[in-house]
Design a protein around this ligand. Structure first.
Ligand code: HEM
Length: 417
């Protein structure tokens, strides 16, 4: 009974996802002319995909969806880790999420922005001595140093390269099979060991860390029963800060691309009138592909607009497609920062880092931090540096999840203003 959910024929469409990447979900929504369809993936498992503002409202109803058991093993081995906040539900989730949200005060964000600015200065001083640099891996290093200092994790200069590469490889493994997935797993294992040892040294008193630092807060966090997190879980949660801060480098690189591809915006970011950089950053997060979708399991039988979704079905919310929906965004494929002047701030139509409520739901804990560091970075790029962009392949694959400009955004003749 109920309305038929358009269903893609065939036993398993995992390969199509690998081939089509960011276009997988939107392609099928268009084909079926709908906001909901069913397909099969991961060895024939039923998956229901939903898209749009109403879909996001449904998806972020805590009564209807749960996260425990939702993420595929492959994702936990590389991107998320095991035992972290992403896979928790109910009271336990709220308590753990509170630990993250407490780190995101205005004061704390100001602190990390100041650290980030300092790291940009140091790194850019080095660039000025070189013929050219690739922006993407350089910003990853800036973000790695920023993240470690803000969190309170000691980082030796000789380790900068390997720690940055490992944090980056975990992100890069998201939509991967084969070597890229394995690289992510190796990286996660090495990084977890690094952080487990640090947690142990904090707890034994061997490593002193200010008690306001995220490292101290997580190392001494008590669960609902008053127990400390086991070392491994603490490491997973500390990496849930370090890894995504490094991920901000992708958005910054796309921001640099936008400044180049839409030159009229560059002057406006440089001469920021108080709002423009914020709108620009929002538009970068809407326009460019980063997170394709997120998933949860139906906690009970659900009726959505007459469609029946059975309990325990894996439901995927279309992030990329929702941010490009013509009903929500006029001329969705035009880069237009000014559109954010009129945006009403809905928690369900602009969802590059998830939607709904930060404290009660699974919306990204680091969204404000991301916006803050993107603003810091793009202001620095436009106000403190001059550079040229030589001919190169700036295209980015829509099949690869996650993606970035092929050339990594090469800059030359860099001078500090
Ligand atoms: C969750 C995207 C940066 C920490 C998420 C989710 C997405 C996302 C899509 C899942 C939402 C859901 O499943 O409902 C991004 C993107 C980022 C970014 C594209 C850009 C770089 C950050 C940063 C931090 C962070 C900088 C921390 C400093 C988290 C945490 C969660 C999360 C802890 C899990 C929240 C929960 O399960 O309750 N993010 N994020 N993220 N993000 Fe981010």
């Amino acid at each position: 009974t109920g309305k038929h959910i358009p269903t893609e024929k065939g036993m398993d469409h995992s390969l199509a996802l690998l081939r089509e990447g960011f276009r997988f979900v939107p392609n099928r929504l268009q084909r079926f002319d709908t906001d909901i369809f069913e397909t099969r993936m991961m060895g024939g498992k039923k998956v229901v995909c939903i898209s749009g503002k109403e879909a996001a409202e449904l998806f972020y109803d805590n009564e209807l969806f749960k996260r425990q058991g939702a993420a595929p093993k492959r994702i936990k081995e590389s991107l998320f880790g095991v035992g972290g906040v992403q896979g928790m539900d109910g009271e336990a989730h709220r308590h753990r999420k509170h630990m993250f949200m407490e780190l995101m005060t205005r004061e704390s964000l100001k602190k990390i922005a100041a650290i980030c600015r300092e790291k940009w200065k140091q790194q850019a001083t080095e660039w000025a001595t070189k013929d050219s640099i690739e922006l993407f891996p350089e910003v990853e290093k800036i973000m790695c140093r920023t993240a470690c200092e803000w969190v309170g994790v000691p980082l030796w200069a000789k380790d900068l390269e390997v720690r940055t590469k490992d944090l980056s490889a975990m992100i890069d493994a998201f939509g991967a099979t084969g070597p890229r997935h394995w690289k992510g797993r190796v990286a996660r294992n090495r990084a977890e060991k690094w952080i487990r040892d640090i947690v142990e040294r904090v707890r034994s008193g061997e490593l002193h860390v200010e008690e306001t630092k995220p490292l101290s807060i997580i190392a001494w966090h008590q669960d609902l029963d008053g127990n400390l997190l086991d070392k491994q879980t603490a490491a997973v949660e500390i990496l849930n800060l370090l890894r995504p801060i490094v991920a901000i480098a992708r958005f910054v690189t796309f921001g640099a691309l936008a400044l180049y591809d839409f030159p009229a915006t560059k002057e406006k970011v440089r001469e920021d009138d108080g709002n423009y950089t914020k709108w620009f950053v929002q538009e970068v997060r809407r326009y460019y592909p980063f997170g394709p979708f997120t998933g949860a399991l139906a906690a009970k039988d659900i009726d959505w607009q007459g469609h029946q979704i059975k309990k325990d079905t894996l439901v995927i919310l279309d992030i990329y497609g929702t941010n490009h929906k013509p009903e929500l965004w006029s001329e969705p494929n035009r880069f237009k920062p000014e559109r954010f002047e009129e945006w009403n701030g809905s928690p369900f139509d602009f969802i590059p880092q998830g939607g709904g409520d930060y404290d009660k739901g699974h919306r990204c804990a680091g969204e404000w931090l991301t916006v803050e560091l993107m603003q810091t970075s793009l202001s620095f790029l436009t106000q403190e540096l001059s550079y040229e962009v030589p001919p190169q392949d700036l295209s980015y694959s829509m099949a690869r999840i996650p993606t970035h400009p092929s050339s990594n955004f090469i800059m030359k003749n860099i001078t500090l203003q």
